[in-house]
Design a protein around this ligand. Sequence first.
Ligand SMILES: [Zn+2]
Length: 181
Amino acid sequence: MNSQHMKWFPLGLLVMLSFANCGYSQTQKKKQQDMENNDKKNPVYSTTDTSRVEIKDEEWQKVLTPEQFYIARQKGTERPWSSKFEKFDEIGTYRCAACGNALFRSDTKFESGCGWPSFYEPISKTSIIYTPDNTHGMNRTEVQCGRCKAHLGHVFDDGPKPTGLRYCINGVILDFEKKKK
Ligand SMILES: [Zn+2]
């Protein structure tokens, strides 16, 4: 490559990269809109089927939004105070957004001030799986969906009565079902 080419090469590459980036983010955006418009695309989502869901991450990636996949399957954490459910007091049931499993009732939700939707008690003993989590130099207990093992968040023992527990949950992986009148 002579010096003339060297001079032009980086500019060409930059232009190519910006086009590639643009295309990628639009595809991602479209994918997310499709997901939001049509939850039925997720074949495992059910509010009645309680059988365990065991599908591969590649399959999850097709049916979850990128944010949901990051939280549920890669144990990610959403930014504090970013969830619409953090300040939300409608009456109904919170379900796992990945599989539809009933997790929490709105009357067990409380204002914890920690930046994530917080509850003091799950709907049933089987709605949650508890796993010790010693990552990030902390001893915490991870909570996962009892049906599909989606990562939901953590549980701490500084919650209000009657349980004294604080289930600190990522809103991205919650689906709210309003109580029918
Ligand atoms: Zn689930």
